[in-house]
Design a protein. Structure first.
Lengths: 118, 114
């Protein structure tokens, strides 16, 4: 089955620093990837849509300068949390769909990244 | 915007019992997805339903989409401890675009006691 790999699985950083999270589709091409945020015991909230070769589309209320997204290739999207603060601590998870013409319509999810800002 | 309501919010069942989780939409669903999540981990794809009246099964889990395509149910037969986790229903945010993001319900936390 298709695999989406996220790295790192968890990270602790100091307040004010930046953290980069990678999302890779391992066995398919994904022109579009999605970034979600999940607070404890709550559902996934869509943050942004990452588009290969173009700017990401951010959801209302999500600061694009705070959460930088780069989708430089058909298999990699990165989310950088800039100048992180404790309130940015959360579980971040990406998903991707196979855009290579396989016919698979389900969205595959990475294993998520637990970010803790101290 | 489309919203998905899941019920119940949490559920505790005894091992071997059957259970049902519901997902209701305010709008017609075009692609309803069921995922399972262990807390703090990624989502595991279970099933996807598209047609009104569609029903799919995998092992002891059955998902249905009603004829009006506004409600889906997930039924687990003879629950086991391995079924414990958070069940999330998701739907395409834009009905006419297959590549769009999914929006999710708040999830149902299932605990199975042995």
């Amino acid at each position: 089955g298709a695999v989406v790999s996220q790295h790192p699985s968890w990270v602790i950083c100091k307040s004010g620093t930046s953290v980069k999270i990678e999302c890779r589709s391992l066995d398919f091409q994904a022109t579009t990837m999605f970034w979600y945020r999940q607070f404890p015991k709550q559902s996934l909230m869509l943050m942004a849509t990452s588009n290969e070769g173009s700017k990401a589309t951010y959801e209302q209320g999500v600061e694009k300068d705070k959460f930088l997204i780069n989708h430089a290739s058909l298999t990699l999207s990165t989310l950088t949390v800039t100048s992180a603060h404790p309130e940015d601590s959360s579980f971040y998870i990406c998903s991707a769909r196979d855009s290579g013409g396989s016919g698979r319509t389900e969205a595959f999810f990475g294993q998520g990244t637990r970010l803790t800002v101290v | 915007s489309q919203e998905l309501e899941q019920s119940p919010q949490s559920l505790i069942v005894q091992e071997g019992k059957n259970l049902t989780i519901n997902c209701t939409s305010s709008k017609t669903l075009y692609g309803l997805y069921w995922y399972k999540q262990k807390y703090g981990e990624g989502l595991i794809f279970l099933m996807m339903l598209q047609k009104g009246g569609e029903e799919k099964s995998h092992e002891k889990i059955t998902a249905k989409l009603d004829e009006k395509k506004q409600q889906s149910s997930l039924h687990i037969t003879a629950s086991q401890p391995s079924h414990a986790g958070i069940y999330l229903c998701g739907a395409r945010r834009l009905s006419n675009q297959a590549g769009t993001a999914l929006i999710f319900g708040k999830g149902t936390t299932l605990s199975v006691s042995s």
